[in-house]
Design a protein around this ligand. Structure first.
Ligand SMILES: COc1nc2nc(N)nc(N)c2nc1C
Length: 308
């Protein structure tokens, strides 16, 4: 029974990863559901076989009676903003004034969701927290465990804090508001508020039915082999089993970056999720360190915000 439970757990976690992280399922839902049912029965007969990374353990038992405060090991920063191409060129001039012309930019979609920090110890998901004021957030581990694209166990037993954005896909937002209208409940104004409202619940069963998703984009505490660039860090996050955004691109010049912001200003309505801008970062870690930080934001990154 122990062997069978282990085999089922491995298989189901792999299917879950393919479906929710890669968006490339290799088996039909019926196969997943049938094997999950077998594991649930096996764990009912042999509770001692239950491990906390079992797919049956994503939705916890009792609701909490309050949220615990969590101090971030590494503060969660905020980004400076640019609202037009000229302000992006100003940013570029400041960067070049400091590190010269030999560098690359990475551009990422700025997901309109809720910033979270995910802590793993020896590869196991142990703590998920909101950004809060950047130094102290709230422990929402019980809700983040229900997000199927958040791995409960990484492919390597590393200790790491990954940062990203939890969001509600547009389609899920529309059907959630449909249901709320039918039940005479107040509607959510937008997917961001719906995601935030779902994560602010004390009972994880609520978040579990809200179809939340995540994209990871940065690391806080970092133990792994040194990485030379942000692009390499994103690749490493993917290798660990995290979901990162597929639209991320590297460019040599700010003019290419401006074209990328113009493209997404037009095409963002084709995405399955809301974005409120584009985040632009100097790719090299060494050059990021040369540029450093202001009191609250990195000098090596900026958020281009779409016109409201
Ligand atoms: C390096 O710091 C950051 N990086 C980010 N990257 C993306 N893609 N989206 C964000 N919202 C974001 N926010 C911060 C503070």
């Amino acid at each position: 029974a122990k062997k069978r439970a282990e085999a089922l757990r491995k298989e189901l976690n792999q299917y879950n990863y393919e479906y929710h992280v890669l968006d490339q399922p290799t088996v039909p839902d019926a196969v997943y559901d049938q094997k999950l049912h077998e594991l649930v029965q096996l764990e009912e007969e042999h509770p001692e076989l239950i491990t906390d990374d079992s797919p049956t353990q994503r939705v916890g038992g009792q609701p909490l009676d309050e949220f615990r405060k969590v101090d971030h090991t590494v503060p969660m920063l905020s980004l400076g903003n640019a609202f037009n191409a000229e302000e992006l060129r100003d940013f570029d001039r400041r960067v070049r004034g400091k590190i010269g012309d030999d560098f690359k930019y990475v551009c990422e979609l700025k997901i309109d969701g809720l910033a979270v920090s995910l802590r793993y110890e020896e590869g196991k998901f142990v703590l998920g927290a909101t950004r809060g004021d950047g130094k102290t957030g709230e422990d929402i581990t019980h809700n983040l465990r229900t997000v199927k694209s958040i791995p409960l166990r990484l492919t390597e037993p590393v200790t790491i804090e990954a940062r990203g954005e939890v969001f509600m896909p547009k389609q899920s937002f529309l059907s959630l508001n449909d249901n709320r209208e039918k039940e005479g409940l107040e509607l959510f104004a937008n997917p961001r508020n719906a995601a935030a409202g779902s994560l602010r619940q004390l009972d994880p069963k609520v978040a579990a039915r809200r179809n939340l998703d995540v994209f990871l984009y940065a690391v806080g505490e970092w133990q792994a082999a040194s990485t030379a660039s942000h692009s390499e860090r994103l690749k490493y996050l993917r290798e660990l089993g995290f979901k990162t955004n597929p639209e991320t691109k590297r460019f040599d010049t700010i003019e290419e970056v401006i074209e990328y912001t113009e493209e997404w200003t037009i095409h963002r309505n084709e995405l399955d999720y809301d974005i409120d801008g584009i985040v632009i970062k100097v790719d090299s870690i060494q050059q990021q360190e040369e540029l450093g930080f202001t009191a609250k934001s990195p000098r090596w990154a900026i958020a281009y915000k779409f016109p409201a």
